[in-house]
Design a protein around this ligand. Structure first.
Ligand SMILES: [Ca+2]
Length: 108
């Protein structure tokens, strides 16, 4: 799968944005948020840059979650291997229910 920008949005405090995507069993997927279209990291946890990612399978089971891609990057990133083919769901929110300014999500 070629990298592509999947979605963009913003999240007021407590808001959850959920998107569906299709996966193939035994295939690895990397999901990551960034602050802009150039995929720059979230250098600060302040100023509404602290996103959080959760991935759920078709049955609503939590597959993986991440808060910060690294100690210096408040954007969220995770990689998982799909256990079965079918619809999965990715949820983007602000960490701990905080508000988030514009974010960009990629599924690679
Ligand atoms: Ca975060």
């Amino acid at each position: 799968m070629s990298p592509y920008r999947y979605a963009t949005g913003s999240a007021p405090a407590g808001d959850l944005d959920v998107f569906s995507f299709e996966v193939t069993a035994a295939t690895s997927y990397t999901l990551a948020t960034a602050v802009d279209v150039n995929r720059n990291p979230c250098h600060t946890l302040l100023h509404g840059r602290n996103t959080y990612l959760r991935v759920y399978d078709a049955n609503g089971g939590l597959v993986d979650e991440n808060d910060n891609a690294s100690p210096n990057n408040g954007c969220a990133a995770l990689t998982f291997v799909a256990a079965s083919s079918g619809t999965h769901y990715v949820e983007v929110s602000g960490a701990a229910g905080s508000a988030v300014n514009i974010w960009y999500l990629w599924i690679d």
